[in-house]
Design a protein around this ligand. Structure first.
Ligand SMILES: [Ca+2]
Ligand SMILES: [Ca+2]
Length: 85
């Protein structure tokens, strides 16, 4: 079943170690969470900025290398922003 609601997620390599990390977007009054992959499994990375800059109506999460240095940065977007830019 396809859901249009609920947290959005994405995978990328935020620390450039070649292992895919996982971001699970937040929901209302919940910040997103980032998990770094290690050879022993995933470890949650505490990221205070996720609480500071959290949104209620995130419709997409994705990783991209915003500074072209070989590692990814996680980003969230709101549908309104995507439709009007
Ligand atoms: Ca990684
Ligand atoms: Ca980068």
């Amino acid at each position: 079943m396809l859901s249009r609601q609920g947290p959005k997620g994405a995978t990328g390599d935020v620390n450039g170690d070649g292992l895919q990390d996982v971001y699970i977007g937040g929901a209302r009054e919940q910040a997103g969470q980032l998990y770094l992959q290690t050879i022993n499994g995933f470890i949650k990375k505490e990221t205070p900025d996720f609480k500071t800059y959290s949104f209620d109506d995130v419709t997409a999460a994705f990783f991209f290398d915003c500074d072209n240095d070989g590692d990814d940065t996680v980003a969230e977007s709101l549908e309104a922003i995507l439709l009007h830019t």
